[in-house]
Design a protein around this ligand. Structure first.
Ligand code: FPP
Length: 235
């Protein structure tokens, strides 16, 4: 095995623990999301500086619509008002969104489209914001597009492979190398099921708003100690 320090190409984070962070301080849950957003701003910048090319974040799941209206509205407003803060003029980050575009407010859709348009020519890094996202929905929606293409004679089903299937997902991006879920919960909760097939997983106890750049360095050290075999055997 080489001794070279490995930087994962694609890191994915389930930003969990905002609510508990707020509760511990006697604050409303929404203030936990605000604190989480502030952490995300610093952390995404740092992760890209460390050389990671793609960062995916779970910002809002399809299931999160089950929460109180006040909390859902807060998260929607946070996206509308703050998403532009994730763009730094000198950082060359393309922001893309993965998720269902139906069922979301017009102002949220506009903010999403605006930020995608503004950053579409950036090439160095990609920030994939999973919003109104579910991993199973991603696979089902891809399958519907494939069925549509089949009906219109656009694809030969005998040529459908894992690689071509992947291009029908909300976004065609490489597999996740390192998946982090904060707050001590040990599950992936319907997040990027297709792309997480061979991800190394790390579940720190830290609540997301407290997850600092140094905690990401620890995650990288742990990743470097893992022996990735992708189903093969150790040489
Ligand atoms: C999970 O914590 C977190 C969320 C449902 C929202 C995460 C969103 C952000 C940090 C903001 C990112 C936003 C944009 C606009 C990119 P939880 O509320 O489930 O925490 P708990 O398990 O402690 O209750």
């Amino acid at each position: 095995m080489s001794d070279e320090y490995k930087i994962p190409n694609h890191v994915a984070i389930i930003l969990d623990g905002n609510g508990r962070w707020a509760k511990k301080r006697g604050l409303k849950r929404s203030l936990g999301h605000k604190a989480g957003f502030d952490t995300l701003k610093k952390l995404s910048d740092y992760i890209f500086k460390r050389g990671v090319k793609i960062l995916s974040i779970f910002a809002f799941s399809t299931e999160n619509f089950k929460r109180d209206k006040e909390e859902v509205d807060y998260l929607m407003n946070l996206l509308v008002k703050k998403i532009h803060d994730l763009i730094k003029e000198d950082s060359n980050v393309k922001i893309i969104f993965s998720g269902r575009k139906d069922n979301i407010r017009d102002d949220v859709l506009n903010a999403i489209e605006e930020v995608e348009e503004k950053t579409k020519n950036n090439t160095e890094h990609t920030l994939n914001v999973c919003f109104n996202y579910g991993g199973r929905a991603d696979i089902v929606d891809a399958t519907k597009k494939i069925a549509e293409d089949y009906k219109n004679n656009k694809i030969d089903i005998n040529n459908l492979t894992e690689e071509t299937f992947e291009t029908y997902l909300y976004n065609s991006i490489p597999d996740i190398d390192l998946l982090i879920r904060t707050s001590g919960e040990i599950r992936i909760s319907n997040f990027m099921l297709f792309q997480a097939a061979y991800a190394e997983m790390y579940f720190p106890e830290t609540l997301f708003p407290d997850f600092k750049n140094e905690d990401f360095d620890i995650a990288l050290d742990i990743y470097n100690k893992r022996d990735r075999r992708f189903g093969g055997v150790k040489k």
